[in-house]
Ligand binder design. Structure first.
Ligand code: OSB
Ligand code: MG
Length: 380
């Protein structure tokens, strides 16, 4: 496609309830949406991508103002210069590689271009991946897990978890931090019984010396412990994997296929959380899926509190065969009273049907999007 202009939109989206993790509390999201407008042989085309950077650099180094800044000043000019006549999503990673880091900003641009290309071809992302239908030719469905924030009291936590069980979620993930861990997990395991899959996410809140403490979680028969240690601490995670029986899963540490392969080789990554935004886009996410499948490392699709733009594409990705564990792909209503797409993700019998609308699998609710837009910067 040839790029005519790029719109960088910021939207304000209140969450239905505050979401607390070991790195902070989110009550409202300030989200950067990328729209690419261009021309194809058979007409004009349009594509949308969502940047998963949060408002503050507390989950990773990226944050939404920084993502917009690097797009305007460094990423979009490189695309315009490298491909004045046209751009293919498959080339975006290579063109932007001279800019170090900023995978969330790069991934959002690539996603918007991929969306535009697929829409122009009348093909869905699920068609491209081969995940639109299952082995019986029926529409693919993926199991839906929910990520539960840290609660002040165990009683409040149990009430929230019960609500999600009533909604049908088939897997519970609890956010933990020192002081809100063993007791909280014990109470939830007691509530949900032995058969509901359970896992925890520490978002880097522990230290290398916490192995003995974290080994107390082994008694609760959980799927995994997600990112207990710092993003850079691959060796620490490998040591922890020897000390703790529950599999260690990496999230923040995994930002590329190469790094994921190394973490696996070092014994630090027994399970991988693949988040397309964090690794620089859907194409790198597919490469990570493929290498994990070849190495028999189970993977699941994480979430970044996405709107329907990111959520639809995540669902198509999560139907690939290596995604053997339920992802954090909950209903849009888990976070937002109203979504910016006309076809928000829903959960029926604990499952999400893989979207097959052409492009990345969603259509924008333009009127509602406009109503939540706080700024638009157009680059042409
Ligand atoms: O660590 O997985 C995480 C949300 C924001 C930032 C980091 C994380 C999360 C979640 C929620 O756990 C996942 C979701 O349902 O979108
Ligand atoms: Mg995580």
């Amino acid at each position: 496609m040839s790029l005519e202009r790029v719109e960088l939109r910021r939207i304000a989206m209140p969450l239905v309830s505050p979401f607390r993790t070991s790195f902070g509390v989110e009550s409202d999201r300030d989200i950067l949406i990328v729209r690419v407008v261009g021309a194809a042989d058979d007409g004009s085309l349009d594509g949308w991508g969502e940047c998963v950077a949060l408002a503050e650099p507390t989950y990773s180094a990226e944050y939404v103002d920084g993502a917009q800044h690097v797009m305007e000043g460094h990423l979009l000019p490189r695309l315009a210069e490298a491909a004045p006549a046209g751009i293919d999503a498959a080339d975006v990673g290579r063109i932007l590689a001279p800019v170090h880091g900023h995978p969330m900003a790069k991934g959002a641009i690539e996603a918007a271009i991929l969306d535009a290309q697929l829409r122009a071809a009348g093909v869905s992302f699920a068609d491209l991946l081969g995940t639109a239908t299952d082995a019986d030719g029926e529409p693919s469905r993926i199991p839906s897990g929910v990520s539960v924030g840290i609660h002040d009291s165990v009683d409040e936590l149990l009430a929230t978890v019960q609500g999600y069980l009533d909604d049908g979620y088939v897997r519970i993930k609890l956010k933990i931090e020192p002081g809100s861990d063993i007791e909280h997990v014990a109470a939830v395991r007691d509530l949900i019984g032995p058969d509901v899959p359970l896992q925890v996410d520490a978002n880097t809140a522990y230290r290398r010396t916490d192995g003995e403490h974290l080994a107390q979680l082994d008694q609760f028969d959980m799927l995994l412990i997600e990112q207990p240690l710092a993003e850079e601490d691959i060796i620490g995670h490998a040591r922890l994997a020897d000390e703790v029986e529950t599999p260690i899963c990496l999230d923040e540490s995994l930002v590329s296929a190469e790094g994921t392969a190394d973490a696996i080789d070092l014994g630090a990554c027994e399970i991988a959380n693949i988040k397309p935004g964090r690794v620089g886009g859907y194409l790198e996410a597919i490469r990570i899926h493929d290498l994990c499948l070849a190495r028999e490392v189970p993977v699941w699709c994480g979430g970044m509190v996405e709107t329907g733009i990111g959520r639809a594409a995540n669902a198509a990705l999560a139907a690939l065969p290596g995604f053997t564990l339920p992802g954090d792909i909950s209903a849009s209503t888990r976070f937002y009273a109203r979504d910016i797409v006309t076809d928000p993700i829903t959960v029926v019998d604990g499952h999400v049907t893989v979207p097959t609308a052409s492009g990345m699998g969603f259509d924008i609710d333009r009127e509602f999007l406009d109503s939540v837009t706080t700024s638009t910067t157009t680059i042409s």
